[in-house]
Design a binder for this molecule. Structure first.
Ligand code: NAD
Ligand code: ZN
Ligand code: ZN
Length: 389
């Protein structure tokens, strides 16, 4: 079959690889009808994730038709149309029983090795390095889905692929980010990052009834999309984020902040001048993570910081004293996709939201290598790419 494979930093290729086969009775094989490129794939593309091997099949946002099932994969049938959550979910372990699906204790077959190396691990993920199980991804014609009984969402026939696809990752991710904020009708919710995850967080915060939603980025098309969704846009290259947030909140700061950027955040002029002041005052160098620092600086004491943005383990310097003194609540994690998919699917069916609004580019799977670059460099107004094998 054909698939998009990782061969190193900035090197994605359209390769021929072996077809997947059933390896375990609970597996299913999916024929992919649509897949997407995620901001998390860019961490692989940019070479930030260790433990990728040349030839690994990429992709964790995909859907399609069931073409084969193992003898114990009894909750889905050949011909079913399904979206696959990017988190592989056994459904049986203690964490899955608690709804903490992204912490599944069984689906990451390399968990022990990852924990030894970095002191932490997650559930098994598709197409996301050998630290998360080394499972082949869904930017391919076919995928093997382990623990298929619980790792799928049935899609009603009246929804298009574009409407349903994002149930596998970015819609639940934006939704969980907003849910973690316990949004009250008096709250200002500020979202750093107007990429696909930030866009879903904006819509989610609006649906959850925030008084005011603000979205920060520097890419005009992305800010326009956020503002079409009801957010007040702030361009961090054109204005001072902190001054603008203060003025939008009567000097108090937003009580709910979402980091939808992650470890590759750019520094803004606001942060640079703050680093200078800190350096002058205490002689200490300060540095990344820029967005978390900006959030901690500006949020209203007693507030919540919700972090869907991905970070790489032990390498970040977090200003913990400021978090402690301001009484901050941190809430974060990989998304517990299956915890949210029933209610989000219902919202799509009822027409309360159509997540396909975020798609700017459609292409064939073979155009994937070019479209990774287009998405990475935000060329041609690119916000979300959907590929068809
Ligand atoms: P993306 O790269 O398309 O979007 C990130 C956006 O942040 C870009 O538009 C960029 O311009 C903006 N940005 C950079 N520096 C900034 C700054 N200082 N202030 C404000 N905005 C800034 O990625 P995406 O697909 O939207 O994903 C966002 C993050 O969410 C990534 O880290 C991704 O890995 C993560 N993610 C997490 C989960 C999860 O389960 N927690 C799931 C999906 C994605
Ligand atoms: Zn993703
Ligand atoms: Zn589990």
């Amino acid at each position: 079959m054909k698939a998009l494979c990782w061969h190193g930093k900035h090197d994605v290729r359209y390769d021929t690889v072996p077809d997947p086969i059933i390896e375990h009775p609970e597996d299913a094989i999916i024929k992919v009808s649509a897949c997407a490129i995620c901001g998390s794939d860019l961490h692989l593309f940019d070479g930030f994730m260790p433990s990728m091997k040349s030839g690994d099949v990429l992709g964790h946002e995909f859907m399609g038709e069931v073409v084969e099932t193992g003898t114990e994969a009894t909750s889905l049938r050949v011909g079913d149309r399904v979206v696959i959550p990017f988190i592989i979910t056994c459904g049986q372990c203690e964490q899955c029983q608690r709804g903490n699906f992204s912490l599944c204790e069984r689906s990451n077959r390399n968990a022990e090795q990852a924990a030894k190396m970095f002191g932490h691990t997650t559930a098994g993920l598709f197409g996301y390095s050998h630290l998360t199980g080394g499972y082949a991804g869904g930017q391919a014609e076919f995928v093997r889905v382990p623990y298929a009984n619980t790792t799928h969402v049935q899609v009603p026939s009246n929804l298009s692929d574009d409407q349903a696809l994002f149930l596998g990752d970015i819609f639940p991710t934006g939704w969980q980010a907003a849910m973690q904020c316990d949004i009250q009708p008096t709250d200002t919710v500020t979202i750093w990052g107007a990429g696909p995850v930030g866009q879903m967080a904006v819509r989610s915060a609006m649906l959850l009834g925030a008084k005011q939603v603000i979205c920060i980025d520097s890419v005009p098309e992305r800010l326009k999309m956020a503002s079409d969704g009801g957010a007040i846009p702030i361009n961090f290259e054109a204005e001072s984020v902190i001054d603008r947030l203060q003025s939008l909140t009567q000097g108090k700061g937003p009580e709910k902040c979402i980091d939808a950027v992650g470890m590759e955040s750019h520094s803004s002029s606001t942060m640079e001048s703050m680093y200078d002041r800190v350096k002058q005052a205490v002689g200490a160098e300060t540095d990344r993570p820029h967005v978390l620092r900006e959030m901690i600086y500006v949020y209203r004491p007693g507030g919540v910081l919700s972090v869907p943005g991905v970070y790489g383990g032990l390498i970040d310097k977090i200003p913990f004293g400021a978090s402690m003194n301001k009484g901050l609540t941190w809430r974060m994690g990989q998304t517990h996709v299956r915890r949210w998919t029933d209610e989000l699917l219902q919202m799509i069916v009822e027409g309360r939201i159509d997540p396909s609004f975020v798609i700017t580019h459609h292409g064939k799977l073979q155009s994937g290598p070019d479209l990774y670059k287009t998405f990475r460099d935000k060329e041609d107004g690119c916000i979300k790419v959907v590929l068809a094998p």
